[in-house]
Design a protein around this ligand. Sequence first.
Ligand code: NAD
Length: 376
Amino acid sequence: ASLGILKEKVPGENRVAIVPEVLPSFLKLGLEVFIESGAGAGAGYFDESYVDKGAKILAHGYDVLKKANIICLIHPPRLEDIAYFSENSILIALLYPLLNLDLVKQIAARNLTAFSLDLIPRISRAQSMDPLSSQSTVSGYKSVILAAHTLPKFLPMLTTPAGTIPPCKVFIIGAGVAGLQAIATARRLGALVEAYDIRPIAKEQVESLGAKFVNLPITAQDVEDRSGYAKAQSETFYSKQRQLIIDQCKKADIVITTALVPGIKAPKLISKEAVENMKPGTVIVDLAAEQGGNCELTVPGKTVVHNHVVIHGPLNLPSSMAPQASLFYAKNIQSFLSLFFKENKLSIHWEDEIIKNTLVVREGKIVHEKVLGALN
Ligand code: NAD
């Protein structure tokens, strides 16, 4: 078998799916590795560093698709590129199949097998394979750095001969992987941190990082699905949340929002009214921008200023830390591929729960239940 890595084609994407560091483990499995020239350059991994670890560089992505039978990507391939995949090859990427049904159909028509890493189940054995978590770690960290850079204030408390400065106050909404990393980062910078999540179970994790958990006087019904994701709530519930969050936001210097519900647009938790009640100079970083944003005034991909409050709606923060974000992603793939081999031979463990959950197309047949449901 052979592994192929392409340059990511999404504009502004600096990451690459595989970094040189993980190549030795693939060679040990007897895999040949083909890399499109320049695939890692945006992340600082140049062709030579892949060659040094035993990969072969090919000038064009199409050559890679011809030679390799397992193709690893971060973003879904472009529709027009599917025709160039070798028939019967295997594609591994963050396909978001429910949002990309046309692509899934093309993949099937080309007789490929496709795994989507956004469907990795949240079980402890799968943690090392989960790019949604690894990349959220990067976003959570970077959101605080971005906020700190924008905020015209110190984060830590300072006692100096020229006076004493109080610590800045950070409020984090959504204490999942990104939110917890944001808490840890803000704490390291010396800020006072408060955090809120709809899942009461998050309280303990928030407190273990030295932040205060905010209890809002509303309780969500049926809050969490089997895999630990938050479930959607009624509009009445969200509207109560928006009201209660206003007072929390008034006190903050930085607000970081990370609240997501799988499969639907991000809930709007910060109203225009909340922004208008914030202190001038407050900075919001809306990590849910990709899903439309948690703040009513967020413009995905832009920074807007409303009433002296700065609202960042960054897209793809992991790309801004491409070397290490790519390393995390590559390690996730490395771990996932362990389910593909038996005694150094390609032999996919079809019955494995992780394989079953992520398999979207098997040899030209769409097999994922949710995807089939969406197509009918
Ligand atoms: P996510 O990115 O889907 O959502 C981020 C956070 O937003 C979640 O904590 C969610 O509860 C919260 N949220 C949603 N709606 C909200 C609302 N209306 N108000 C306030 N908060 C709201 O989730 P995630 O960060 O990927 O992970 C969620 C959970 O899954 C965490 O407990 C995490 O530790 C767990 N997890 C487990 C594994 C594993 O075991 N393999 C892997 C990753 C995450």
